[in-house]
Design a protein around this ligand. Structure first.
Ligand SMILES: Nc1nc2c(ncn2[C@@H]2O[C@H](COP(=O)(O)OP(=O)(O)O)[C@@H](O)[C@H]2O)c(=O)[nH]1
Ligand SMILES: [Mg+2]
Length: 339
């Protein structure tokens, strides 16, 4: 944790606090970013009001970073790769923020924190900012806070925002819905490995990186590259102008990182040229609006006294097959149409 930001923990004047935080953030103050992320992660109503005011203030300063998602099953080398990749970025004079969405972090205590040893250099790099996954809440809540943290990092002047997730569950789709480009890290395993990777995750990838392409694994890595290329060829590309690439890298030997960075630049240039990057961001923002509405409506619905009273029995009926989910939902919604 960073040193305490010299502002009151909570304020009777949320707008005043939001303004000072926004100022510090836009000046690129690191501690302000840490403090602002803590604020958006807070469930205290005062903090939430301040957070909303803050996000409103900094929104015009967002959007300049390249937003990257990175996924891969545990052990594939994500942390090792991010350490090298992050270092490569800061060596170019750019700033990188690493955030995480890890639905399993409630159990493990946070993916990135547990990995600090593998990201030792990056963690000490003054041009890098590493923040572990919020360790409480539903995937939806964690996702919202990560997306907002990304906006805060952009306002603080970060050039690259990298969102890490573990290669399991639905967190991949969630991350893909907030980034410009989705990177998938795979191990050299060839055809066998391909069976284990969910096709859905593969379809999200704009860039596949076969890590551990070193030593005895170099040959299998080349075979895997060919297999993945063939597999991707059969899938519907996410963008008309971009064919997903499959590259080799070794986080261990610090090789192939420049190639990954070049592919990211090519992707960005290509998708900016035909307007699809901007279109994707607009679609993503609209998607998030809808998700927020769904969440809000659901909270509001459950807060309704009549619905809250009827819900448990209806859930039992649905669970035991006495009522269809559709009929139960209609009945609950009907309760809202009281005069
Ligand atoms: N040979 C080799 N091993 C690697 C490479 N990258 C990571 N590893 C090893 O793979 C293991 C898992 O790496 P880690 O970065 O923690 O993976 P994560 O769980 O995806 O974050 C560690 O023992 C690393 O040393 C690589 O490029 N080559
Ligand atoms: Mg890791």
């Amino acid at each position: 944790m960073s040193a305490p930001f010299p502002l009151p923990r909570r304020s009777k004047d949320p707008d005043g606090l939001a303004h000072s935080l926004a100022q510090a953030l836009l000046a690129g103050e690191r501690r302000a970013l840490a403090r602002a992320i803590t604020l958006i992660e807070s469930s205290h109503p005062d903090d939430q009001r301040t957070a909303e005011a803050l996000l409103g203030l900094i929104l015009p300063a967002t959007g300049k970073a390249i937003r990257l998602g990175i996924s891969g099953t545990p052990g594939v080398g994500k942390s090792s790769f991010i350490e090298r990749f992050g270092g490569f970025i800061t060596n170019q004079g750019l700033q990188v923020a690493v955030l995480a969405i890890d639905p399993s972090s409630q159990l493990s205590g946070g993916s990135i924190l547990g990995d600090k040893t593998r990201m030792e250099t990056l963690a000490r790099d003054p041009h890098a900012f590493i923040r572990p996954s919020p360790s409480s809440g539903s995937l939806g809540g964690v996702a919202r806070r990560t997306r907002e943290a990304m906006l805060l990092a952009e306002a603080a002047g970060f050039d690259v925002v990298l969102i890490e997730t573990v290669g399991v569950g639905q967190s991949e789709t969630t991350v893909a819905s907030m980034v410009d480009m989705f990177l998938l890290l795979l191990a050299p395993g060839g055809g066998d490995d391909l069976q284990g990777i969910k096709r859905g995750i593969m379809e999200l990838a704009d860039l596949v990186i076969v890590n551990k392409a070193d030593g005895d694994l170099l040959k299998p890595a080349h075979l895997a590259q060919a297999d993945y290329r063939a597999a991707l060829h059969l899938m519907r590309p996410r963008h008309a102008a971009w064919r997903p690439q499959v590259l080799l890298a070794s986080a261990l030997l610090n090789q192939g990182i420049d190639g990954v960075w070049q592919a990211i630049q090519d992707y960005r240039t290509t998708l900016q040229a035909d307007g699809s990057l901007a279109r994707q961001r607009a679609n993503q923002a609209r998607g998030w609006l809808r998700r927020e509405l769904q969440d809000g409506l659901w909270d509001w619905l459950r807060g309704d006294a009549a619905v809250a009273a009827a819900l448990p029995a209806l859930e039992t009926d649905v669970g035991e097959g006495r009522l269809t989910p559709a009929a139960a939902a209609r009945r609950l919604l009907g309760l809202l149409r009281r005069p």
